[in-house]
Design a protein around this ligand. Sequence first.
Ligand SMILES: NC(=O)c1ccc[n+]([C@@H]2O[C@H](COP(=O)([O-])OP(=O)(O)OC[C@H]3O[C@@H](n4cnc5c(N)ncnc54)[C@H](OP(=O)(O)O)[C@@H]3O)[C@@H](O)[C@H]2O)c1
Length: 290
Amino acid sequence: MGPILLLGASGQLGTDLSAALAGPQLVPLARRDLDVTDSEAVERTVAAIAPTVVLNTTAFNRVDDAESDARPAFAVNAVSVHDLARACERHGARLVHFSTDYVFGGAGPGPFSEDAAPAPLNAYGVSKLAGEYAVRSAGTRHLVIRSSGLYGVAGSSGKGGNFVETMLRLAREQKPIRVVDDQVLAPTYTADLAEAVRRFLAADPPGGIYHLTNSGVCSWFEFARRIFALCGLRPDVAPTTSEALGAPARRPANSVLANTRWAALGLAPLRPWPEALEAYLQAKSHLTGQ
Ligand SMILES: NC(=O)c1ccc[n+]([C@@H]2O[C@H](COP(=O)([O-])OP(=O)(O)OC[C@H]3O[C@@H](n4cnc5c(N)ncnc54)[C@H](OP(=O)(O)O)[C@@H]3O)[C@@H](O)[C@H]2O)c1
């Protein structure tokens, strides 16, 4: 195998992919190395490295901010993906692109299999769906991997960490915590996703869209409750509704992704989300002293 180019290498998933795919072939680039909205730099980089595989984990993922100004989301999630996919096509690289469960939600509840019709509810979801189409239309060999509710040790700089760290911070600050109980998902640990991607690439799967998440389903409230229970915390936490919370972006009530094509390849499902959460909390030393 030739060079593997990893974009977004300092993000949550990018950091864990850097570890899972570590080796002399891996070229991990963070934003300071390559701004993916600079199309000429993208072309130059792909031409110079001549990768066999490009993994693109970059994203504008501040879902609420994208509602009031969708331009930065479309620049990173769609236009730059269009440029990258065409650069991959020109230089013969296979593109592995990451997408989201938020491409669903406007047409019935999940679980959604890979061939379900997308119908995003918010600007972020529309921009990510546009990115998927940009990949598919470029004609390059590709895998689009949709996942959901990502949390990883590195945290997301764009989101100021991740949901787990936000919950722990609010508990430390002894603030009342209200979490929606009417949106369900499959929270996914980026270390598990990265390891699954490593196995996936080794299996040389047929191209197209794949859903890949930890197993099981919970609401954000149930997820929060499990975080506190595992850490032995007893904050003032109560369920609320999406309507009461009133976030700028609408979010799907159930965007759970059925990992249908992954299972059809005979690959083992990712472990249940509570086990993955415990492993994350251990890796972050949040369980120390119990
Ligand atoms: N987070 C979730 O809950 C979730 C759920 C489903 C799917 N996904 C998808 O999974 C993928 C990985 O998500 P993640 O949670 O690992 O995201 P993340 O931690 O926020 O990482 C995204 C990375 O993209 C980089 N980036 C943003 N704009 C860039 C630009 N113009 N040029 C170069 N790099 C740029 C960021 O760099 P900086 O740190 O310098 O900003 C960051 O390192 C994304 O495609 C996302 O849409 C995420």
